[in-house]
Ligand binder design. Sequence first.
Ligand code: SF4
Length: 232
Amino acid sequence: MTPLEPRSREPHPPDALPDLFDTLLKTYGPRHWWPARTVPEMMAGAVLVQNTAWIGAARAVARLEEAGLLDSWSALLATPDEQLWERIRPAGFFRIKARRLKSLAAFMAGFPQGHEGLFRLETPALRTALLGVYGVGEETADSILCYGAQRGIFVVDAYARRIFSRLGWTGAQAGYGELQRFVMERMPADAHLLGELHALLVEHAKRHCRSQPRCHGCPVIFCPTSSTPAPP
Ligand code: SF4
């Protein structure tokens, strides 16, 4: 493993978060997240993508769609477990995720007008309600808030933690709330902007800032950390 070496003694200040956003947007372009046609698709995808790559979750969502199981939450809730397992098998952990999907469906059954009824709640109440659903943690709840309900809230994940840590902005072990506050104090509370930032960080973590970083050619030229020597 190549040790990460500081490029300079002066890390770019954390107030440069908007600069990072601009740099990533210019480099990768708009990511058009969340990749879903409907809100129920988005919500199911947020559960199915837990601990797996999006490609597997997307296949599982498509298989639920084919069977008409995202047309109504009650249809999903009434589906025998074995059938649901088969449908969502591509997403991995299919037994656990089936249970989580059914919990979400049971929760949604309490809103006769579906997500439109749920999304009438104010953001704090909506977040609390989502976090009360079995299998919905902070990242899943905030994904639904940002991409489903269009609330200006930042979705934290391991990629954001890694990138901000390498930029010297937050600690490698920073908690969810700390990272979320870090972003929310520096960016407008705008669902489109914050959703784009999350998606751009994911893209950057896949292309360059991987667990073994590919710093050569990285567009974040102000990053103080690099696995390759700085040019003479
Ligand atoms: S890939 Fe880019 S952002 Fe990540 S550590 Fe290397 S230079 Fe920094």
